[in-house]
Ligand binder design. Sequence first.
Ligand code: PLP
Length: 505
Amino acid sequence: MLKSLNKESDEPLYLQIRNQIRDLILSGDLPLGARLPPERKLAASLGVNRTTVSNAYHELTAEGLVESQVGRGTFVCALPGTTRDQEDFPPRPLPWNEHFVALSEQVRDPLIRELVALCSQEDMISLAAGVPAPELYPIERFAQSTDRVLRQHGHALLQHCPTEGHPAFRETLTELAAGRGITTSPDNILVLAGSQQGLDLIARSLIEPGDPVVVEVPSYLGALSAFRAAGARLLGVPMDEEGLRTDVLERMMARYRPQLIYTLPTFQNPSGGVMSRERRQALLYLAQRYQVPILEDDPYGELYYGAPPPPPLKSLDRQGYVLYLSTFSKILFPGIRLGWLVAPRPVVDRLASVKQYADLHSNTLAQWALTDFIQQGWLGEHIAVLRQEYPRRRQAMLDALHCHIPQGLRWNEPTGGFYLWCHLKNGLQSKDLLAEAALQRVAFVVGEAFHADGGGQNALRLNFTYQNEQGIKEGIRRLGEALTALLKRRRERRAPRREAARPIV
Ligand SMILES: Cc1ncc(COP(=O)(O)O)c(C=O)c1O
């Protein structure tokens, strides 16, 4: 800790020791609460007798820099800058990154923030964001609902409400659930500040560090981040055209006994896939057999553009295995920050007590206004509008892809939801395409973000709901340019360099 002492100096040894320790304290290198080495140990390491060190510690105590606690040792008790002149120790910024917010690598997930920054650049066409068409937001009707509830219930409505949610809103959600085939009661519903909060609360409450959690490959990146932040060990299960591969899952269940299965059975984010009815039954059967809860995340189930999808897993669940999570972010607007969970009572109670630490309750005005909006029948009407508009946009994207991307990329044709899931061919990587795309002013999400197993380097997700048809066409045209540039760059890199002609001797 200390530099060696100068035994030739006129300055007594105990003062040399005092000065060195004082500098360490005042510079902050010995922080508040740090324990000084025991006198005997420091004396031995410096080659002085114990009294010398003892005298130095007495000096520091007299200056108020340290205090000794009987039986425990001597501790730093002053903050840097408090005992010397401001001029000697000018104020300096707090090193937040070093001491306070040094997050583990797992928790550091800059991807979403980088994407938001990319998408907010001028002229950028975002095919990345998973948000609805803003020009379709039913603003007039929502304003009417807000106005009405404010006038009718002003004071009550601007108060706190129960953490579990405003009672009338929970009633309304019970009816909404019934419309999706889910029989439940208001007591089994927890209102959330968006479904992302549900993912976080479940991760915090149900998962201990090291617990195995099953996720689909690929899966929603916000969920992967929440589970990782809770220390989960993610077990990726592949999917086929019927959804999560229950044959692979069964082997994993037997081997790892996971703590949770997270699935997006309907218009999966990012793949757009729909789990078949048989697979849903098989998944439920496995959960029951191995006694593992399922978290079903269903933001997109109402957004089908052909035949309705099979009913939610939760509607098939008679034994309370499924936690059903949904949100208004995709069928209405994300800024309202309202999501909801249907779960057995003990889960609702546990999650509500954790939610209470985070935000006491979700926004009261939004809950009342949305209750009115739904009771007027306006949510149903709005969803009908979306079901008309989004397939047009999806078709516009498919047509534009056929027109502008003749080679190098394949894509699916989802029957609902928000996304096209694409794969680059011939070893091309989506992060290289994104770099070219940024130059062409178009953005998407790279596939890696959705892969718990580190794969997906050749995959990318394109959103078709946020841009209008014109934006989609132009965005895909730019993507085509980016792909052409990437292919050209690769050809150039691969082309053998011409050797200069050598004379034959
Ligand atoms: C599958 C899935 N779950 C949860 C969310 C989070 O939505 P929110 O917190 O806005 O309700 C999203 C948003 O993209 C999503 O796609």
